[in-house]
Design a protein around this ligand. Structure first.
Ligand code: SF4
Length: 736
């Protein structure tokens, strides 16, 4: 591919390398979308160490989404019932600055909020932190990573002393036993799964254990599928620990020298008799014993998890209970082993490093830690005490603040909360009350744009330069290789411009993304996520680099690919911490009125709320419409057949969906994909049903489970079409 550029796929946290080249003008090489527009050619970057040339359908078709349904100009309106009018950047920014100043003066800085995204590049995250937490003095910056992996952050921090996934993708090639819990890796992180499957297929002694109430594509190739009842993960993990201890498969020397808290944990797991655990989880005792045996007999055990563990009212407890298994068996700090969280978004990891959640600061620092605040203040040249000691509002707290009037200004960027937030009707009602909402995004229309007073057009991946870190701590340079459409600008430039107009001109002198990154990496100096050895120049010359990567000593790949190889953790005494948790179960368990547990999830082709993938014909054909999976036994009880429509009701709202009757879902559980917002189908927003009960530590809502009832509709589906601004979408409508 001549004139090609190397970059990173901007979808999921696997972070596959892509090689892109301009559209051929004519001839055989020309590649066009379904409308005949020539599009950039994309293929996997064989030299990228994370993905070795592999891509899934999303990465392969990314170029087709770049020019469709774009927001081209700043737009404004005085109230939500007025149409938008096009304005200049100057007018929009002056209005935003005036509003921030008014709210700061009348309500205080804590009435100002920003809600960002794992789609941000590290530069966007970093400049937003400097603006909000540093200059304005409020920690009210949260990101959609709160809904995705904040339980993993809390779990790592509490068990190991700081955040940071200890493993790398090479561990997929080296492990003897992959323990996948709460992750449909084959569909949601397909390239990681492919990499493990090569090892699994080649070596018959390598085991795959999958824990999931659904028999997903991941579970279908498992050596052992444990279809546990939703909310019984801690029972299962404690049950496995009970067996490992009973049979003497524990590493006492490692625990004595490198951990703390085992005695309390041993007390807890003594209560998890296998008979009781199997019954609680809805699995056989022999399967439970087999899982413990696979773990015990493997030299190297790698556990992988994502939303099924994180999106829970006991998410941190689940993460820590899983880590406990690694600690009691010394399955950490060596090739092929360790607890490995998979991130949903392309740069959720970079966000964590840059302090992109309301309780953290750049460089894996905590808002609550006075030393950390002082370090950041010094680096930002701020007076002592400028950074608030109070953790900021999480995104759900922002919704509550809109309800009470405590929040007077909301800036949403690169995310679509009007589809992805829990308890969606309540979320929408709160946003309708917002005195002033800025929405900055690459795409228009989106569901969230309907709730904005100001729209700002964002340049996206390919139209701006920035860095992103993938799940294995590997930082990739994503260069600009196209011009942004219309007047779109990079997010970080917009935040910096607002900072300058607010009177902080000296702090936002950046002229390019390399300068922003260089300033950010100083915050990682001597921190566990040290990136001082990573520069724009090195990334462009050497390709992706993994942290820790200090400028003081050049690490060999062996030293950076895994954390804790010296068995020294980031706690004050260097020991990892056991956690002793009993299972609390679901926040909203089923009952006679709402007898089913709804679980939500993703499909192979679609990405989140379809702002990109909904506009790609190939992916639309793959997943044309929403549905609900129901077990045949439940379908019979309710009185529905395959393909018939069913009303799904929770205490908060209802949907209407065609039923897919399948044994792939456990009895008592139903599944709805979360990709469909109001723009793409009627009555199909999964999060209308979900609730906002959250983990007390990570504040991550339990999006994965709520109680529902099913009511058959017994009417036929009709097809109709609806038109958005730039293309015709086939929308599956329910009968009125
Ligand atoms: Fe992109 Fe994730 Fe697919 Fe890789 S696995 S190509 S990062 S969506």
């Amino acid at each position: 591919m001549g004139d090609s550029f190397k970059t990173l796929c901007p979808y999921c946290g696997v972070g596959c390398g892509l090689e892109v080249s301009p559209p051929a003008e004519s001839g055989k090489g020309v590649s066009r979308d379904e409308e005949g527009t020539p599009v950039w050619r994309v293929r996997g970057d064989r030299a990228h160490p994370s993905s070795e040339g592999m891509v899934c359908v999303k990465g392969a078709t990314i170029a087709e989404s770049l020019h469709k349904s774009r927001l081209l100009h700043p737009m404004m309106r005085d109230s939500l019932d007025e149409p938008f009018r096009q304005v200049s950047w100057d007018e929009a920014l002056n209005c935003i600055v005036a509003r921030i100043q008014t709210v700061r003066f009348t309500q205080g800085a804590d009435a100002i909020c920003m809600y960002g995204s794992g789609q941000f590049q590290t530069q966007d995250y970093y400049v937003a932190q400097k603006l909000l937490k540093g200059c304005l003095g409020t920690n009210n910056f949260d990101a959609n990573s709160r809904l995705c992996m904040s339980s993993a952050v809390a779990g790592y921090t509490q068990s190991f002393g700081t955040d940071g996934p200890p493993c790398c993708y090479e561990d997929l090639d080296l492990t003897d036993c992959a323990f996948l819990i709460g992750t449909n890796t084959a569909e949601c992180h397909p390239i990681i799964f492919n990499r493990f499957r090569k090892n699994h297929k080649k070596n018959h002694n390598v085991k795959l254990i999958v824990v999931d109430p659904r028999c997903t594509e991941t579970a279908q190739v498992a050596d052992l599928h444990l279809a546990i009842k939703p909310g019984t993960d801690i029972d299962l993990l404690n049950g496995i620990a009970h067996i490992l201890m009973r049979d003497g498969h524990i590493e006492t020397l490692f625990m004595d020298e490198c951990t703390q808290g085992f005695n309390d944990y041993a007390q807890v797991i003594s209560h998890y008799d296998p008979e009781i655990v199997a019954q609680t989880c809805g699995i056989s005792v022999s399967d439970l014993e087999k899982a413990a045996q696979y773990w015990a007999k493997s030299q190297r055990v790698l556990s992988l998890w994502s939303m099924g563990i994180n999106q829970s009212s006991e998410g941190t407890a689940k993460v820590r209970t899983l880590i406990n298994l690694h600690l009691m068996t010394a399955q950490i700090g060596k090739p092929g082993a360790g607890p490995f969280s998979l991130t949903g978004q392309p740069n959720a990891m970079g966000g964590r490093e840059a302090g992109g959640l309301s309780h953290i600061l750049p460089g894996y620092r905590l808002v609550k830690n006075p030393v950390h605040r002082a370090e950041v203040e010094e680096l930002w040249g701020l007076p002592p005490g400028r950074i608030s000691a109070k953790p900021g509002l999480t995104v759900w707290d922002m919704i509550l603040g809109l309800e009470t009037g405590d929040v007077g200004f909301v800036w949403i960027s690169a995310t679509n909360p009007v589809v992805s937030m829990p308890d969606l009707e309540r979320t929408k009602a709160a946003l309708l009350r917002s005195p002033f909402t800025v929405y900055q995004d690459a795409y228009y229309p989106t569901e969230t744009a309907e709730f904005a007073h100001v729209l700002l057009p964002a340049a996206q991946w390919s139209e701006k330069t920035g860095m992103m870190t993938n799940s294995e701590r590997r930082v990739t340079l994503c260069p600009q290789f196209r011009q942004p459409p219309g007047e779109a600008r990079p997010d970080w430039e917009v935040f910096a411009e607002v900072g300058r107009r607010l009177g902080f001109a000296d702090r936002f002198k950046f002229t390019d993304a390399a300068q922003v990154f260089a300033e950010f990496t100083e915050f990682t100096r001597d921190r566990p996520c040290d990136q001082t050895g990573i520069t724009y120049e090195r990334l462009s010359q050497e390709g992706p680099l993994q942290w820790p990567c200090s400028d003081k000593n050049i690490h060999s790949p062996d030293e950076t690919s895994r954390l804790y190889t010296d068995l020294h953790f980031n706690t004050p005494d260097g020991r990892a911490r056991f956690a002793a948790y009993h299972s609390r179960g679901l926040a909203e368990p089923p009952d006679p009125n709402y007898p089913f547990v709804l679980t939500v999830g993703r499909l192979y082709g679609h990405w989140h709320t379809q702002t990109r993938t909904g506009r790609i014909a190939k992916i639309q054909k793959m997943h044309p419409a929403p549905f609900i999976e129901v077990h045949p036994r439940d379908a019979k009880t309710v009185g529905i057949a395959d393909g018939e429509w069913v009303e799904v009701r929770s205490r908060r709202g209802k949907l209407r969906l065609p039923a897919v009757v399948t044994k792939n879902i456990a009895p008592g559980t139903v599944f709805v994909p979360m990709h469909w917002g109001a723009l793409w189908a009627d009555d199909a927003e999964a999060n209308v049903l979900t609730h906002a009960e959250a983990c007390p530590d990570s504040k991550q809502p339990e999006l994965k489970a709520c109680a529902v009832q099913l009511v058959p509709l017994k009417t036929a589906a009709v097809q109709s079409t609806s038109t958005d601004s730039q293309m015709e979408l086939t929308v599956l409508k329910t009968p009125s």
